[in-house]
Design a protein around this ligand. Sequence first.
Ligand SMILES: [Zn+2]
Length: 398
Amino acid sequence: MIMANSEPSVPLEVPRAVPHLDIPVASATVDVRVINTTSYQKTKTENLLNPPVAGHDTLCFPSYAFLITNHNQGANILFDLGMRKDWRTACPPALTPYISDNGSSAPLQVCIEKDIVDILDTDQGQTGITSHDIDAVIWSHHHFDHRGDMTRFPAQTKLIVGPGLMNEYLNSEIHESELKGREVIELTKTEFSREIGGYPAHDAFGDGSFYIMSCPGHTVGHLCALARTTSSPTSTFALLGGDCAYHCGEFRPSPYIPLPQQIPFKSTTWAFGKEVKAAPPVLKSRKLLMCAGDLVRDAVHPHRSAIEPFYDTPHEPVVRNHADACDSIAKMEVFDAHDDVLVCISHDPALMSVLPFYLYTLNDWHRKGYKQKLHWEFLHDFDLERSLGSPPLKQRSR
Ligand SMILES: [Zn+2]
């Protein structure tokens, strides 16, 4: 039952052929730095995800921002901002009873240590990029755990949002004061002039280094982005997925990457708020856990499937439009199945245990094998021991 010695990766089912993404050829790249914005959330998993999976009663997650640098054009963009410290003024009054940062019984617990501007401006010149060097901020969408505090950026920093977002949410969920004196660019559908992996795509710098892509469903105007992380000897990419999915169990496993006979993942842990500050930017552990894939399928997976995601795509009102959300996640599964694309959703805690974080770039992720190390890390969220019986896991040293 436990296979701890042979190498992983033989799938439990024959994988479906992976569709092409049709990413244009280009030589320009961007630096991608993932920033832990030091804002964390905790809620009951059932509030967002179903059906239940053993042991995953609580969703506990950070909010990432991504710093994108195009050296050829001397331009810096932030994709998402995390939360703002004074979140009470940023949330619509109707929402604040549901959110707490003081341990009360509100459904959503938050812990916010810093505004992203303070993170950028206290790097002591190590990146050479401060909040004054940010040409534009992209909101993947308007939720308060992504839009940060725009008022702390200089007036020349533009704000870029997806089609229809302002019309839908300005004044109801976005304060007009957040945008005062700033150019707001709401991309129109005609600006998404090509398709990549089925997503309408806008070539943000005009050089093929960074595509903003329309990915609706979670909200109106939800955006994801595709960053070219290398172009030689081959192109590799990071897909910044925003909240296309809250949790990797919404798009893994897939028909393209079924559960393997042996599932490898690292022995890391994740904790809420301050405890996570101790997490190193790069994992030091040499332990690798192995778990039999057929047991995970038969005893943990709610649909007893090796090719369907653990979690169903949420319905309204968790997402704005269920059909669009299903479509967007199905497209993301295809990106996820490509060896040359690293999928990074906004709230995947596992990124912290595998990827190098700001100040470092993640551009050499492919050479370092981070995608394989990351893929099944989300299984840590599930109580495999309780589901599989004891002892389901063995450790081995590498
Ligand atoms: Zn979010």
